[in-house]
Design a protein. Structure first.
Length: 252
């Protein structure tokens, strides 16, 4: 079986494909920014690429750190399976001058990736083809069962909580909007730089303000209440560690 050389792009599979693409990309960015500059995130919703993503880092060191620390960790109830990408990303190739316009990158499915690595051969695939439909159905049933179990017990999940529909009865008790967010229940290991990378994804971000003597809470300022609300809606409940979900609310 072929080995994969280090790459500044990592490949992630076994992602929960029920999560909206924009929410998934925001969650992956929030997790990966702690290890270095994130240049791009590719998460496609095609049949071939569902449940998979590519994260492009600024250098191999950052990609390696993310791979080692995040491989096997859960996000949206699913443990991530992470490897180096097989080829250089389009963005990196364009930046270093090696991009070939006549040879654009083709995103491979998990099966195609295994074939290129020699994990499965053509002959073996032909023998399996006759019962492929049965295997697929069995895997789907297993995955659905795992999802139900994981939703009931996801204590070691990281990233944001899976999106849930808001009950109409809660609309009457909504918080008063503010352009400043009050973020609490932060783990000791979190830094201002990490929080900045997480919250700056949303338009109108201004700054993260530490509170003297309060290492587990910060204020995050935006230019408008609408921008602050967009960040709060996704990041409230985001797990920066397996056992600790941060709380994000409008500042009073």
């Amino acid at each position: 079986m072929a080995s994969i050389p280090p790459n500044q792009t990592i490949y992630i599979r076994n992602l929960n494909d029920k999560i909206p693409k924009d929410v998934l990309k925001q969650a992956l960015y929030g997790l990966c920014i702690a290890y270095g500059q994130v240049l791009d995130i590719v998460a496609l919703k095609t049949m071939k690429m569902r449940g998979q993503a590519f994260i492009v880092f600024g250098d191999i060191t950052a990609a390696t750190a993310a791979l080692r620390q995040l491989n096997g960790r859960k996000i949206f109830t699913r443990p991530m399976q992470i490897e180096y990408a097989l080829s250089k990303s389009t963005l990196v190739a364009q930046n270093d001058g090696t991009y070939r316009f006549d040879q654009p990158n083709q995103h491979m499915s998990a099966k195609q990736r295994k074939q290129q690595l020699g994990i499965i051969g053509d002959a073996r695939e032909k023998r399996r083809q006759s019962n492929a439909d049965d295997e697929h159905a069995a895997k789907r049933r297993t995955t659905e069962a795992q999802d139900r179990i994981a939703e009931e017990s996801s204590d070691d999940d990281i990233g944001p909580a899976a999106p849930r529909k808001q009950s109409p009865s809660k609309t009457g008790t909504a918080e008063r909007p503010s352009s400043t967010l009050f973020v609490t229940n932060l783990p000791d290991t979190v830094s201002v730089d990490m929080l900045t990378g997480l919250f700056r994804q949303y338009a109108g971000f201004r700054e993260v303000r530490e509170i003297p003597g309060k290492g587990d809470m910060v204020f995050v300022d935006y230019t408008s209440a609408e921008s602050a609300a967009a960040a709060r809606d996704v990041l409230d409940g985001f797990k920066l560690s397996a056992k600790q979900a941060m709380k994000v609310a409008f500042s009073r």
